[in-house]
Design a protein around this ligand. Structure first.
Ligand SMILES: Cc1cc2nc3c(=O)[nH]c(=O)nc-3n(C[C@H](O)[C@H](O)[C@H](O)COP(=O)(O)OP(=O)(O)OC[C@H]3O[C@@H](n4cnc5c(N)ncnc54)[C@H](O)[C@@H]3O)c2cc1C
Length: 304
């Protein structure tokens, strides 16, 4: 199987790595090794890799910038399909911009700013890819992918390219059609509004300053640890329960922002999951709210 995979990657000019530490590819800096990592270079390569994995029964996982992933200490027994620099172009037809899925959201927002187009200011500090942002329906400061997306292209599990309109994407809070169905996002088309460039820049800078002031950006995290429960804020509930600063191993409820669990250096996935479980139980007991994890779990989780 390994030799066949190597040959396929060579044929499709796709870099293949073995035993790749997920802690080096996730912003949480947590996770054991993935057996294989493919730096996917084209839709042809992706299509053939999907077909190969299906035929060989090799599990695969799609990764963008790894900024919303909690990877298992045991790693992942399968192939990571990395959608990154091979998918980082953009096309502007004058009415809409299409960004390839591996482009960073930060760069996409900068491109919009350079064209005096408004709609991405609040998204400009989110450290993911456009594909990851559509998958999660990422949002911040009143901005959300759902407000600007008009459609996308994706690859189905038969390796065929398909398109989807915004209405079919089922975008809601941190949810898209892709959260419940298999599919690999290849590009995302957005419609933005012409605006005043200096005002756009000012808004972007304001949001970045807010992030710096409020969030523990000097520690590895996966962003907000819990989704916002209906009618409240996870951080306010955690704070109210006196859990700010609580540690299990090197995982800590951030003393700066209770909505973030930070990795103080050597946190394991098991530490984070134990801490999350404790936070969830305490918040449920004291306030009645159920907190749901926001990061996606990758690999077999044995430490909870
Ligand atoms: C410091 C910090 C601040 C953050 N702030 C915010 C914020 O303000 N708002 C917010 O919404 N999020 C925030 N996040 C979380 C994260 O950045 C977003 O969820 C982002 O959209 C994830 O993109 P990614 O490329 O890193 O996806 P990954 O973390 O790599 O993957 C996340 C999920 O998307 C899937 N996926 C990724 N790419 C594709 C693709 N091309 N096709 C199909 N599935 C795909 C993966 O399989 C996985 O299930 C923050 C994270 C950090 C570390």
């Amino acid at each position: 199987m390994k030799e066949k995979l190597k040959q396929l990657c060579e044929q499709w000019k796709t870099e293949l790595l073995e035993n790749v530490r997920l802690s080096e590819h996730t912003t949480f800096q947590i996770g054991g090794c993935a057996d294989y990592w493919a730096e996917v270079a084209s839709t042809g390569a992706l299509s053939n890799l999907i077909k190969f994995c299906q035929a060989e029964g090799l599990p695969f996982f799609v990764m963008g910038k790894g900024s919303n992933i909690l990877a298992s200490d045991q790693g992942f027994r399968g192939l990571i399909l990395h959608i990154g620099k091979g998918f980082s172009d953009m096309y502007d037809d004058g009415a809409e911009i299409t960004y390839e899925a591996g482009m960073s959201l930060i760069r996409a927002a900068k491109i919009a700013e350079s064209k005096s187009l408004s709609g991405m200011e609040g998204l400009s500090g989110i450290p993911g890819t456009i594909g990851g942002a559509l998958y999660m329906n990422a949002g911040a400061y009143g901005y959300e992918m759902s407000q600007i997306v008009t459609g996308c292209t994706y690859m189905d599990m038969d390796g065929k390219m398909r398109t989807m309109e915004a209405e079919e994407l089922e975008l809601s809070y941190r949810h898209s059609w892709f959260t419940d169905h298999p599919g690999i996002i290849l590009s995302v088309t957005v419609k933005l509004t012409p605006g005043d460039k200096s005002e756009i820049t000012t808004r972007m800078l304001d949001f970045l300053h807010k992030r710096n002031d409020m969030q523990p950006l000097n520690f590895p995290t996966a962003g907000s640890t819990f989704k916002r429960p209906e009618g409240n804020y996870a951080s306010a509930l955690i704070d109210e329960c006196g859990l700010k600063g609580l540690c299990i191993g090197d995982a800590q409820v951030s003393p700066k922002h209770a909505g973030f669990i930070i990795n103080r250096g050597r946190a394991t996935c098991a530490d984070v999951l134990k801490l999350c479980g404790h936070v969830q139980n305490t918040v449920k007991e004291k306030t009645g709210y159920e907190l749901e994890l926001e990061p996606i779990l990758l690999g077999e989780q044995t430490g909870a």
